[in-house]
Design a protein around this ligand. Structure first.
Ligand SMILES: *Cc1c(COP(=O)(O)O)cnc(C)c1O
Length: 390
């Protein structure tokens, strides 16, 4: 039908205009789509959603989301990547992909709390046995593996208590029994450790943190090197109907270029402030993987090249919870809020007795996320707030 024969109403829906080809820009385009159109029926029937060489439906990928997946796999040294709507849904995706009723999984006792709670839920309502293990267990993990163990979670470090596990030892023991190891690698941003080289099979990220860098996007990713593991992930991803917004994908893509610079800036500032804290009489311990007294410091030194912006302080037992809460309330530059990886410094008091099975410290714990403000200004802010402790 020629252009002139079309009614205005049809013109409003369909156009004969074609933008010229050959456009090239530095950033990936944002492709909005639920429906993806095919050249003909044969092309439609010839394209399978599992193959990321083509497009079938918006939920299964657009050039925008494929590009983000490809770039994340590349950064991590992996082969496959799937995106999830949050870091937590990346964790649940892995559980759905590899576990069924009657199976057993191992989760470190210092794991990200909502991921830990997810394990408890799967145990209570879905017939999956879960054991929480000491994150410093190392090769001792072998004794915890059962004939029906199908997944071992690791996290490096625990994002509140900051222990770095012996990943190669855990991975070797798991491999000997044919059990895949998943690492929540959010803390390293995929920059500070080569997880697959250490023997990890599945890497998850909360892209919400350093990859986004803006404290404004929620997204997660699961990365693997293995085609078979990826097949299971793709299948669970499809059945669960997980998709991410292309606008959000664009924001993450845009932030990748600056991620290493930001990570190194967070790292340098956090190390300086953590060191400063070790000389303060109010603190009985400073938990930061680069500090020699931090559990797993030797693993960090061996396996990692950076440390990001997190550390926790254990306050002297002479301070009550009300006092350390008041300290947090008295901070001006540090905002009170969950998450990390954005430009703003954040601070959260955690009640560890309710989080950990075995926790050696008696004093109250406050976790700091060091943002990109000037380091000395942040120290001055902490110093003025410490005065409220009395
Ligand atoms: C934040 C975080 C998650 C969850 O990410 P969301 O996008 O907030 O759901 C998972 N694991 C770790 C270690 C995290 O820090």
């Amino acid at each position: 039908m020629s252009e002139s024969k079309k009614s205005q109403q049809t013109q409003l829906v369909q156009t004969d205009y074609r933008a010229p080809g050959g456009f090239a820009a530095l950033q990936t385009g944002i492709h909005y789509a639920s429906t993806v159109v095919f050249e003909n029926v044969a092309a439609m029937h010839g394209t399978r959603w599992q193959q990321k060489s083509g497009y079938t439906y918006g939920l299964h990928g657009t050039p925008t989301t494929f590009t983000l997946e490809g770039r994340l796999a590349e950064i991590e040294g992996g082969k496959h990547c799937v995106l999830a709507p949050s870091g937590l849904s990346a964790l649940s995706l892995v559980n759905f992909a590899f576990l069924k009723s009657g199976d057993h999984m191992l989760i470190p006792d210092n794991a990200y709390s909502p991921g830990r709670d997810l394990g408890i839920w799967l145990q209570r309502d879905y017939g999956i046995a879960v054991d929480f293990y000491d994150p410093m267990v190392g090769a001792g993990i072998a004794e915890l593996i059962r004939p029906n163990t199908r997944l071992i979670w690791t996290e490096a470090p625990g994002s509140i208590s900051l222990e770095i596990p012996d990943l190669p030892a855990i991975c070797a023991a798991a491999r000997a029994r044919g059990v895949p190891v998943a690492l929540d690698n959010t803390w390293s941003a995929g920059l500070a450790v080569r997880a697959f080289d250490l023997g990890v099979d599945i890497v998850t990220h909360a892209l919400t943190k350093y990859q986004s860098g803006g404290a404004d996007v929620l997204m997660g990713a699961v990365i693997t090197c293995d085609d078979k593991l990826n097949e299971k992930l793709e299948l669970a991803h499809m059945h669960l109907g997980l998709g991410v917004s292309v606008d959000d994908s664009y924001l993450v893509l845009r932030s990748l270029a600056t991620m290493k610079l930001r990570y190194e800036a967070h790292d340098a500032s956090a190390r300086k402030i953590a060191n400063w804290f070790t000389r303060r009489p109010e603190a009985t311990a400073v938990l930061h993987p680069a500090l020699p007294n931090c559990p797993g410091h030797e693993h960090w030194k061996r396996d990692f090249t950076g440390a990001g912006g997190l550390f926790s302080v254990i306050f002297d037992t002479r301070y009550t919870e009300a006092q350390t809460d008041r300290f947090v309330d008295s901070l001006r530059l540090f905002k009170i809020g969950y998450s990390w990886g954005g430009a703003n410094s954040l601070c959260v008091p955690y009640r560890m007795q309710h989080i950990r099975k075995a926790w050696p410290h008696k004093g109250n714990l406050v976790r700091f996320n060091i943002g990109l403000e000037d380091t000395d200004d942040l120290i001055a802010d902490i110093e003025q707030a410490l005065k409220t402790l009395g």
